[in-house]
Design a protein around this ligand. Sequence first.
Ligand code: G6P
Length: 438
Amino acid sequence: MNKSLKMVTIGGGSSYTPELVEGLIKRHDELPVTELWLVDIAEGQKKLHIVGELAKRMVRKAGIQMDIHLTLDRRAALKDADFVTTQFRVGLLEARIKDEKIPLKYGVIGQETNGPGGLFKGLRTIPVILEMARDIEELCPEAWLINFTNPAGMVTEALFRYSHLQKIVGLCNVPIGIKMGVAKALEVDENRVDIQFAGLNHMVFGLDVFLDGKSVKDQVLEAMADPANAMTMKNISGEAWEPDFIRGLDLIPCGYHRYYYKTRDMFEKELEASKTEGTRAEVVQQVEKELFELYKDPNLAIKPPQLEKRGGAYYSDAACNLMSSIYNDRHDIQPVNTLNNGAIASIPADAVAEINCVITKHGPKPITVGDLPISVRGLVQQIKSFERVAAEAAVTGDVKTALVAMTINPLVPSDKIAKRLLDEMLEAHQAHLPQFFK
Ligand code: G6P
């Protein structure tokens, strides 16, 4: 086992990077990353420098051996990497603002990874990450690609389906966020809580919840049925659930299920917000400005607590735990995105699911759950259909395929609206959709 690892983070100028560096510092003994390359694009050079200098100060303060390199040259960075993480946003927050605003004009939810916004985030991202996959195949074929880039489920599906890589894992912080929320509701340490996760990214359910190995699902459902206990995330408004719906569902939903089981309420909320404090991406733009002002401070040498204002907080625990368990062949259980391989009966074996897996040096091995309850099976399959058609549209640049993806998405009410939405969003994002404007 080599005692020094090379890690590359593509999208290294992200405001989340200090959390990743903190996670690597915390685990340096078990995960000896001695070379960290932070890669970004020319538009992100200023952010890369600010975040990179903070990362260097954090490592120096921690007194560990980790050389941090900042570069715009992805290929130079990738050479002989052991782990590659991806966390980039094609079109930056400006593109996300369009994804969140344009659908509102048509009475449709505008959201980062769901509905029309999720479709266009995928259309912009998939060709770019497939190019990265070709570089990885050439320059570090033995590396593990850990993808955080949203929509993480669709993007990971596209990587398995349209690249030659196999050592791919899709990650998200939603499961770890649910586990923390449950521990808080039960007023126990989160290490005593286990949740049986199964579904898709941003469409994952807790099939059962255990405290010290004993099922406490009913207790957790009662807690979630309490209007005072939103159990949501920073980026999703915590509309209270209808108590008997949660009791009857008999599953732990994730924050994103509000867009499907509370569509009208969430749309009204979003429309109102867009006229007052702004859409989520506009709020995040402000948070980002504050964060980068903080990061510039030469006396700052830790991850500032303000980073927890972002919805993606704690993602680094998911990333570092995963890399450490692969590197140490730990065989612990973690929820990740990988090939379903029969673990969930109603999802194709070759499709990507978000599910509890045993993490080994050969990667995640999904734990069979049987099938999803009939009450949620249809929605999960419909979202998987959407992901697959969207990924095909992203790769082919075929407008009809993109229109099918838009129309079959459960948040889009009709084919006529889908067509108008698609045309306007293709136009709005033309600069980042070369495959549609050959
Ligand atoms: C959640 C999701 C991430 C998403 C993030 C958005 O935690 O798991 O996939 O990107 O929130 O947070 P933001 O602060 O950008 O709205």
